[in-house]
Design a protein around this ligand. Structure first.
Ligand code: DGJ
Length: 693
């Protein structure tokens, strides 16, 4: 709901309220927190006016805290944006970037800098579960200006003690949970790699001190963008906190010509009084309803078997036939042919960009392989790395200038490859035509879109932005031409796990680390912001490719199924016993998937802290729930665990635990808890089903 009361603006969702006001022509922040039902000013008016909490902070005018916008001209670095007008729009503006869907009323507040003739519009869309913000800058002057910084949102918080949670990590250990006290100075989470990256994620939570998994006040921020981003969180000398979220414009800035406009990506901010879990559930509801492509949102995803970990580049016709025959009859829905099927791709040092079928590996093309899949009752999916180019490729020999480069510099190779310059429309056209050709001429239902390196040799700041727009342009064209093809996002595991990709790809490969315990941790922390239906998880062989650890087959599946279940095994070589297990797991998953993918998530044990991973997913009507519990070490409790307090059930109802036949009230499960009995071994696990009786 949007309310404007004289010079005061009030935005209200289910749980939150957000307020700001105009005074002497400037915009000041008033309140962000629990829904109080009235306009309230919490941020305080002490101090000089220039120091008051700002709605959108600007540089060089007496506010020395992190700034939301810096516009540079030959003469100046500062701006003086003053309130001009406001409008309530019937729907959100179209910003030319992936953004939250839905025709939602939007408040547009117009500010003007008269000296530079700049118009700045701040957009606010209050969804029930969170507030979405973005900014538009229009250069109405006669001269170009340079944008050194333009953030999607600036958020102010009143004095107090806070903590943060961030999701920094690395390859094979993406999005690791890290909670810390917010100290003095600025905490900065940013990417300058041209992709969101393994190293950071464009998410941060701000906790009022004392908040826990299901209690206390928690704010979450997530940028809907797949390129360079910047999140700054400052605690100043008076313990006031400001959070800035936006694109990370790198050195030199971006020139905005006279008459040009610039839209920032959207930042989604949620608030919850129900702790970290409440914040996550708000994000999940928002993303399921308004971000994920509605063709696939809340739908059960196909169970795939992917060729990568088992056969790597050895994807000749015979091997694939064997692979397909091995997968037949096990309840698997889709065979995905990963890397190695194109050009002369026998190794990772060649052929990216040559998107035509490998003549010696697949002399008869893809058709016999796809036919075999169909005859075995499965669909077919294929891997591309659209943004990549190998120096050893026909494409590079023809168009060396299509790789991102800086004139006169030898390009930096990573994984023996360069990145295509997606800011060049001809490049995007070429890749689109190649993919279209493969997709049109073959019955393909699934694409895995990989991206295996960071950007280097980028000659200027604007190219980073235009590159990301090029990626979205290709996604737009592919999803328009092939609306029913499910495109899974991937980036050396999960280096591009963000809302921009999620807008197009309903699921994203979470990590190349498929070790069940490492994966439980990655899934746990990824779920802080992203819904389980966006997590693509595979059961792989042991000893695990990344950790050399051997974790029980059932545990591997118990972890993988808390998201979109798939397999990455040499299925034809598996023991009969494991093949039977796959059959059982796929059948069970098909029964549970709607609940797992659309229910409310309650995290019960934090694997980073508790030595156990446990999640409970409760159906919206609270009639069903599914629980997973994985224990790292058997030493402490042998068989019986400490009782697990189940959150989120209807306290006044009775639930049957299907596996044990026991019946408990929701209240007893909440306050007394459920006993978890496990096999006496490390990494043992269980999945339990609860139904209302
Ligand atoms: C990295 C991905 O994360 C893997 O799953 C696989 O597709 C390889 N690339 C193929 O090169």
């Amino acid at each position: 709901m949007i309310q404007v009361i004289e010079n005061k603006f009030l935005l209200t969702g289910k749980e939150y309220q957000y307020a700001f006001y105009v005074e002497d022509g400037k915009l000041y922040h008033a309140y962000y927190g629990a829904n109080l039902g009235v306009y309230y000013e919490s941020c305080g008016k002490e101090g000089y006016k220039v120091e008051l909490p700002k709605e959108y902070s600007e540089f060089g005018r007496g506010d020395f805290r992190p700034t939301a916008i810096v516009v540079r001209t030959n003469e100046s670095l500062s701006t003086d944006f003053r309130f001009d007008s406001y409008k309530i729009l019937d729907k959100k503006p179209s910003i030319g970037l992936p953004s939250m869907r839905g025709e939602k009323q939007t408040l547009a507040v117009v500010l003007k800098d008269l000296r530079l003739n700049l118009k700045l519009t701040l957009f606010y869309t209050p969804y029930e579960d969170g507030l979405v913000r973005s900014v538009l800058l229009e250069n109405n002057g006669k001269e170009a200006v340079v944008l050194d910084k333009i953030s999607s949102g600036c958020f102010e918080f009143s004095r107090g003690e806070y903590e943060t949670i961030d999701l920094c990590g690395r390859s094979n250990a993406e999005r690791q949970y890290s909670r810390e006290k917010l100290g003095n100075g600025v905490k900065k989470l940013a990417s300058s790699r041209g992709i969101t990256s393994h190293q950071t994620n464009c998410f941060m939570a701000l906790l009022k001190s004392g908040a826990e998994e299901e209690t206390g006040e928690v704010y979450g921020f997530n940028l809907i963008y797949s390129g360079n981003f910047n999140i700054e969180c400052e605690k100043d000398a008076y313990s006031r906190v400001r959070v800035i979220v936006g694109e990370n414009i790198l050195y030199g800035g971006i020139e905005l010509q006279a008459g040009e406009k610039y839209y920032t990506p959207e930042v989604v901010s949620v608030y919850s009084i129900d702790g970290i879990g409440g914040m996550s559930r708000n994000f999940h509801r928002l993303y399921r309803k308004y971000l994920i492509n509605p063709v696939f949102a809340d739908k059960i995803r196909p169970i795939v078997i992917n060729s990568w970990e088992s056969v790597v580049y050895n994807v000749g016709e015979e091997t694939l036939f064997e692979f397909i025959d091995g997968a037949k009859g096990l309840g698997i829905d889709m065979v995905v042919l990963d890397d190695g099927w194109f050009g002369e791709r026998d190794d990772e040092d060649r052929s990216l960009g040559d998107w035509y079928v490998h003549k010696t590996k697949l002399p008869n093309g893809l058709k016999p392989v796809i036919d075999r899949c169909h005859a075995s009752g499965m669909k077919f999916g294929i891997w591309f790395e659209p943004e990549a180019i190998s120096p050893n490729s026909d494409l590079y020999r023809q168009h060396p200038d299509w790789a991102i480069h800086t004139n006169g510099c030898e390009g930096v190779q990573m994984r023996n490859q360069f990145v295509l310059d997606f800011s060049n429309a001809n490049v995007v056209d070429y890749v689109y035509e190649c993919m279209k050709n493969i997709l049109e001429n073959n019955a393909i239902d699934y694409v895995k879109w990989d991206m295996n390196r960071s950007l280097t040799d980028v000659p200027n700041a604007k190219k980073y932005r235009d590159y990301t727009l090029g990626v979205y342009a290709l996604y737009n064209r592919l999803t328009a031409s092939f609306p029913n093809v499910l495109i899974e996002g991937c980036s050396t595991g999960g280096a591009r796990f963000d809302g921009g990709i999620l807008y197009y790809s309903p699921m994203i490969w979470t990590s190349d680390n498929t070790d069940a315990w490492c994966r439980a941790k990655i899934q746990y922390s990824t779920s802080l912001c992203y819904p389980l239906q966006s997590l693509s998880n595979h059961v792989s062989d042991v000893p695990n490719r990344q950790t050399k650890r051997s974790i029980d087959f059932e545990t591997r599946a118990n972890v993988a199924k808390f998201g979109c279940l798939g397999y990455e095994l040499h299925i034809a070589n598996e023991k009969e016993e494991n093949r039977e297990l796959v059959k059982r797991q796929t059948a069970e998953y098909k029964k549970d998937a709607d609940l797992i993918l659309t229910g409310d998530l309650y995290r019960l044990r934090n694997p980073y802290i508790d030595g156990a991973f446990s999640e409970l997913v409760v159906s919206e009507d609270k009639t069903r729930a599914i629980l997973v519990y994985v224990r790292e070490s058997s030493v402490l409790y042998a068989q019986k665990e400490k009782k697990l307090l189940l959150k989120g059930l209807d306290e006044n109802q009775k639930y049957l635990v299907q596996e044990t036949g026991e019946i408990f009230t929701g209240k007893a499960l909440h306050y007394i808890g459920l006993e978890i009995v496990l096999e006496r071994m490390d990494y043992s696990s269980t999945t339990l089903h609860l139904t209302k009786v």
